[in-house]
Design a protein around this ligand. Structure first.
Ligand code: C2E
Ligand code: CA
Ligand code: CA
Length: 760
C-alpha cells in the first residue's frame, strides 16, 4: 500500500483520480458528440465546428478506451491536452477572446489539476495564457473571425455537464482527502506503537543478562549486546564483522560443530554447551542456543546466538559431585563412587567370557585402641598415612575407596576369566597389602612409629547376571568379619572353598618360586625304546622334591607355574639340566636322545631362541640329540609366527615332537606345514587300541598319517604286551614309552642303569 507520505505518489495511483478520469472522459465523449450532433441541425451547416466538437467527442472516447486499459496517465493526458487543443481550435474559429468557448479553459485547467496533478495546472495555465496572447494579437490585427453564437441549447448542455462533473469531482476529492488524512493519522499512530514496541524489544535485547549476538549466514557478527561485550571482554568494534567462533575462542568440539552445522541447515534451533574463552583467555562455560532468524517469506537471513554463562553452575555441580563422591579426610573416593564403579562392572557376558573383578574390603586391626590412646587427631593422621600407602599399591585402573572409619575398599579389575586364577591373584594382592601395612609408619607430631595390621575380606565380582554392588559389599563384609574373628592380620574369602583352593594354589606358587633357587627340582627320565627293546633316549619329566610334602608329580604344580612367569624359570632350569645331561659322555657316545616338554609361555618369550642357543653352547650338548615336545595349543594361537620361530630353532639343529597327538585339533593341514620330525600318540589312545575298535582305527589313522608325512612316532603310555604288539604290527619302526619299559626315574638312577639296559 503506497503511503500518503510517499514521494513517488502519482495521482493515477489513487482511485479518486481514476474515477475522475473516467467521469471526465465519458462527459467529454458524450457532450462533444452531442454538440456535434446538435450542430448538424444548424442552417447553414457549420462544418468546422461540427468537426471540432466531434473531435472533442473522439478525444473523450479515446480517453475512455485508455481508462478501460487502465492506462490512466495516458487517458488523463489525452483528456486534458487533447480537449484543450480542440477547444483552442474551436475558440480560434469562434471569435477568439470574444467567443464563448473561453469558458472551457478554467474548467480544463481545474480538471487537469485533479486528474494529472498540480504540475499540469501550471502547464495548462501557461499554455492558455500563451493562447490568449495570440488571440489578442490576432484581434488587434483584425485576423480574428467574428464570434458567432452556436447552438445555445448544446452549449448549455455542455456547461451543465461540466458543472455536474466538477461538482461530483469536488465532492469525491474532498472525501478522498478526508480519507487520506484519516489513513495518515492511523498509520502514524500504528507506526508510533510499532516504534515503541521495537524500542522495547531492542532494550530487552540490549540489556539482557544473556549474551546475544546476531550473525549473518556465514557467522559474521552483525550485532552484539552489552552482556556479550562485558562477558567476552571485547569492544564493540573488535567484534562486529568478525567470525562469531573467532571472538568467542570457540570451545566447540568437532562433533558439536558438525551437529550445529547440520541442525542449522535443517532450519532448526541448536542447543548445546560450549567451553569458550574471554579475550584474556579465561574459560567460560556457556549454555548456547543458536536459532535461525526467518523473514516473513520463510527464508533465513541471520542467526541469533544466545549464550548463558553457566560457569559457576558447572563449578558448583563439580564441587557437589566431589563432595558427594570423595572423602574429605583422605581425599579418596567414597562409598558412592565404589557403588558406581561396581555398577559399571556388572555382568556382561556369559561364563568364561566375563572378566572377573575382585572387591577387597580392608579394616585396620586395633584402630579403635590406637584412636583412644593417641587421640582422634592422630587417628586422622594415621588414616591419611594408610590411604597414602594403599594408593601406592593400587594397580592401574584399580579403585581405592575409604568406605567408612578405618575401613577401605579396593576394586581390582580384570583378574582373569576363571575364578581359581582370579582368586589366587586377589590373595597375592591381599598378602602384599598386609605386608605393606605392617611396615612401621611415622606420623607427624608423634614420637613413636605406628604399626597396625589389617584384616581383609575378599569376594569375586560379578558372580552371575544378578550380582549387584550391594550384594558384593555384603559378601566382602562377611568375609572381613570372618578374618577379624580369626584373630586379625588375615585375609578371608567369602567363597570359602574357593578361598581354600586359592590359598593352596597360592602357597604352591609362593613355595615353587623359592623351590628353583632352593634346588628342590629334580630331573626324572623315562626311557624310550624301539621294537627290539633298544634304548633310543628318554623323555625328561620334572619332579619337585618338596621339603614338607615329599616328591611331587608335575600335575601338582605345572599348571600353577604355567599361569605366571614361574614356568619360564622352571622350563629354563629343566632345559639347562637336560642339556648338561646330554653333554655327558655316557649319553653322547650312545647317541641317546632327550625329549623336553616346552610350555607355550616359555616358547613365546622373545629371548627364547638366544637363550636356548646359550644353553646349548654352554653345555656343549649336541642339538640334534635334543627334541622339544610341543602341543598343538602352542602353535594354534598364532600359527605363522609359531612356525617361523620353530624354523629358527630347527636351524640350531634341534628337533620337534608334537605331543599328545590326537587329543587336540589334529588338523592335517597344520601338520603338513609344521616343521616337526615326530608325533607322540597320546596314552589314552594307546591304552584302548587293542580292545576298543574306535581307538584302534584312530591309532591306525595316526600311524598312516605319520608315514605319509615321514614322521617318527612315539607311543606314550605303553603298559602291556598287547598294546606293544598292536603297535608293532602296524608300525615296525615305532618307539615305545611306557611303564612296560620303565617308569620315570631320577636321572642318576636312569644313568646308572644305562650300560645294563643298552646291553639288553
Ligand atoms: P606328558 O608330556 O604327556 O608326559 C607323559 C606323562 O605320562 C608323564 O607324567 C609320565 O609319567 C606319564 N606316563 C608315562 N608312561 C606311562 C604309562 O605307561 N602309563 C601311565 N598312566 N602314565 C605314563 P608326569 O611325569 O606326571 O607328567 C605329566 C605332565 O607334566 C607331562 O605330560 C607334561 O605335560 C608335564 N611336564 C612334565 N615335566 C615337564 C617339564 O619339564 N616341563 C613342562 N613344561 N611340562 C612338564
Ligand atoms: Ca611330553
Ligand atoms: Ca604326552
Amino acid at each position: 500500500m503506497p503511503s500518503a507520505a510517499s514521494s513517488s505518489h502519482r495521482p493515477h495511483d489513487d482511485v479518486t483520480s481514476q474515477q475522475l478520469v473516467r467521469a471526465g472522459s465519458w462527459t467529454v465523449a458524450i457532450t462533444g458528440t452531442m454538440i456535434a450532433a446538435l450542430l448538424l441541425l444548424d442552417e447553414p451547416l457549420p462544418w468546422a465546428r461540427v468537426l471540432l466538437n466531434l473531435g472533442v467527442g473522439v478525444m473523450g472516447a479515446v480517453a475512455v478506451l485508455l481508462g478501460h486499459l487502465r492506462r490512466w496517465h495516458q487517458a488523463g493526458l489525452v483528456l486534458v491536452w487533447g480537449v484543450w487543443a480542440v477547444v483552442a481550435a474551436l475558440s480560434a474559429s469562434n471569435g477568439g477572446l470574444r467567443g464563448p468557448s473561453l469558458l472551457n479553459f478554467p474548467v480544463i485547467i481545474v480538471v487537469a489539476g485533479w486528474v494529472l496533478g498540480a504540475r499540469y495546472t501550471l502547464w495548462l495555465t501557461g499554455a492558455t495564457g500563451l493562447l490568449f496572447v495570440v488571440f489578442v494579437w490576432a484581434d488587434l490585427n483584425n485576423y480574428m473571425p467574428p464570434a458567432r453564437y452556436g447552438n445555445l441549447a448544446a452549449y448549455v448542455a455542455y456547461l451543465s455537464g461540466v458543472l455536474a462533473v466538477t461538482a461530483a469531482a469536488t465532492l469525491l476529492s474532498r472525501r478522498s482527502y478526508l480519507r487520506r488524512v484519516r489513513e495518515a493519522q492511523q498509520t502514524a499512530s500504528s507506526l508510533a506503537t510499532r516504534d515503541a514496541e521495537l524500542r522495547k524489544l531492542l532494550r530487552a535485547v540490549e540489556q539482557s543478562p544473556e549474551s546475544i549476538a546476531i550473525t549473518d549466514l556465514e557467522g559474521r557478527i552483525e550485532y552484539v549486546n552489552a552482556a556479550f561485550l562485558t562477558r567476552t571482554g571485547f569492544a564493540q568494534d573488535e567484534v562486529i564483522g568478525q567470525s562469531s567462533s573467532y571472538v568467542s575462542n570457540n570451545g566447540m568440539t568437532l562433533v558439536q560443530w558438525v551437529s550445529l552445522r547440520d541442525t542449522l541447515a535443517r532450519g532448526e534451533n541448536w542447543v548445546g554447551e560450549q567451553v569458550n574463552r574471554r579475550k584474556d583467555g579465561a574459560e567460560i562455560v556457556e549454555a548456547v542456543v543458536v536459532a535461525p532468524i526467518r523473514q516473513p517469506d520463510g527464508h533465513i537471513t541471520h542467526y541469533v546466538e544466545i549464550k548463558q554463562d553457566v560457569t559457576e553452575r558447572r563449578r558448583a555441580a563439580a564441587e557437589i559431585h566431589r563432595l558427594a563422591h570423595f572423602d574429605a579426610l583422605t581425599s579418596l573416593p567414597n562409598r558412592t563412587m565404589l557403588v558406581e564403579r561396581l555398577t559399571a562392572l556388572r555382568w556382561r557376558g556369559g561364563v568364561g567370557s566375563q572378566p572377573l573383578h575382585v572387591l577387597v574390603l580392608l579394616d585396620l586391626d586395633r584402630f579403635t585402641i590406637f584412636n583412644d590412646a593417641r587421640g582422634s587427631e592422630m587417628g586422622d593422621r594415621l588414616l591419611q598415612a594408610v590411604a597414602l600407602r594403599l594408593s601406592q599399591m593400587l594397580p592401574a585402573h584399580g579403585l581405592l575407596v575409604r568406605v567408612a572409619g578405618d575401613e577401605f575398599a579396593i576394586v581390582l579389575h580384570d583378574l582373569g576369566l576363571l575364578p581359581p586364577q582370579a582368586s589366587r591373584r586377589a590373595l597375592a594382592f591381599a598378602e602384599q597389602l598386609q605386608a605393606l601395612l605392617l611396615q612401621p609408619m611415622r606420623l607427624e607430631g608423634c614420637a613413636e612409629e605406628a604399626q597396625l595390621g589389617a584384616s581383609i575380606g575378599i569376594t569375586l565380582y560379578p558372580q552371575n547376571a544378578a550380582d549387584s554392588p550391594h550384594e558384593a559389599l555384603r559378601r566382602a563384609g562377611t568375609a572381613l568379619h570372618r578374618a577379624k574373628q580369626a584373630g586379625g592380620g588375615r585375609s578371608a574369602f567369602f567363597e570359602q572353598g574357593m578361598g581354600e583352593a586359592a590359598e593352596q594354589r597360592f602357597q604352591v606358587e609362593r613355595s615353587l618360586r623359592q623351590a628353583i633357587a632352593a634346588d628342590e627340582l629334580r630331573l626324572f627320565l623315562q626311557s624310550q625304546v624301539d621294537v627290539n627293546g633298544w634304548l633310543t633316549g628318554a623323555e625328561v619329566l620334572v619332579r619337585w622334591q618338596h621339603p614338607r610334602d615329599g616328591l611331587l608329580a608335575p600335575g601338582a604344580f605345572i599348571s600353577i607355574a604355567e599361569e605366571s612367569d614361574l614356568i619360564v624359570g622352571l622350563g629354563t632350569w629343566v632345559l639347562t639340566h637336560a642339556c648338561a645331561l646330554l653333554a655327558q659322555p655316557a649319553m653322547h657316545e650312545r647317541r641317546l636322545k632327550l625329549s623336553v616338554n616346552l610350555s607355550a609361555r616359555q616358547f613365546r618369550q622373545t629371548n627364547f631362541i638366544p637363550q636356548l642357543r646359550d644353553i646349548l653352547a654352554t653345555s656343549g650338548a649336541d642339538p640334534s640329540l635334543l627334541t622339544l615336545e610341543v602341543t598343538e595349543g602352542l602353535v594354534i594361537d598364532d600359527f605363522d609366527e609359531a612356525v617361523a620361530k620353530m624354523r629358527e630353532l630347527a636351524a640350531l639343529g634341534v628337533e620337534f615332537s608334537l605331543d599328545d597327538f590326537g587329543t587336540g585339533y589334529s588338523s592335517l593341514a597344520y601338520l603338513k606345514r609344521l616343521p616337526i620330525q615326530e608325533l607322540k600318540i597320546d596314552r589314552s589312545f594307546v591304552h584302548e587300541a587293542p580292545t576298543n575298535a574306535d581307538d584302534g582305527v584312530l591309532v591306525e589313522g595316526i600311524l598312516s598319517v605319520a608315514r605319509h608325512f615321514g614322521l617318527r612316532v612315539v607311543a606314550e603310555g605303553v603298559e602291556t604286551r598287547e598294546q606293544a604288539d598292536f603297535l608293532r604290527q602296524r608300525a615296525p619302526d615305532i618307539i615305545y614309552q611306557g611303564y612296560l619299559f620303565g617308569r620315570p626315574e631320577p636321572q642318576e638312577d636312569w644313568l646308572a642303569r644305562l650300560p645294563a639296559s643298552n646291553a639288553a
